[in-house]
Design a binder for this molecule. Sequence first.
Ligand SMILES: *Cc1c(COP(=O)(O)O)cnc(C)c1O
Length: 235
Amino acid sequence: MKALVLSESLAAARARLAEALRAAGRPVAGARLLAVSKTKPAGLIREAWQLGQRDFGENYVQEALDKQAELADLDDIVWHFIGPLQSNKTRAVAEHFAWVHSLDREKLAQRLNDQRPAGLGPLDVCLQVNISEEPSKSGVLLAELPALAEAVLAMPALRLRGLMAIPAPAEDREAQRAPFARLREALAALQERFPDAPLDTLSMGMTADLEAAVLEGATLVRLGTAIFGERAARQ
Ligand SMILES: *Cc1c(COP(=O)(O)O)cnc(C)c1O
């Protein structure tokens, strides 16, 4: 396996995003890169930060807290929680992250709202949608999305920024685009229904399907493998 040279893989990921935006006829600043650093060491995150990367996504609370402690000197780093959210972890998430992308239940939203320290300002949240309607997968169903959005919009310590999805894998570009298009339409419907809400984010697109997501309007793409290389199986 080729050794990872982070400066090269990060530059390649940025170029790939820029090209996808260009091909979609969108402005180069139309989507931000979220570097998904789960299972990767703090040293690699520091290196990416030194190369100008600011937004990082983590999936496992304890692992993230350990790395955050090691990187406490990077004061403008922005931590996004993108993993499955459990009620016994909401306090740590509310206290140590700027964003949560995986919110899918009102009960968890209420806990995050109640546990968000006042001094930090509102927690930016995306609602995770089970866009391919896969049984036993995380995410709210589209039919239940408006009610959840309405509940979250009433919570002062949460700022509802948009929607996130991880579609079922699909091989070709057209098949990849369909669920992303549904997510885009769902966000548009929420924007129409709640015109005063700060809904500006479509968190979609990973290493395998970034181009399809950008074609459908992604504003935050979550790249792990493309930046940090393959992940070893988690212990
Ligand atoms: C791991 C992960 C990613 C990154 O996936 P890659 O295929 O490595 O780019 C993005 N989003 C979520 C929610 C993840 O868990």
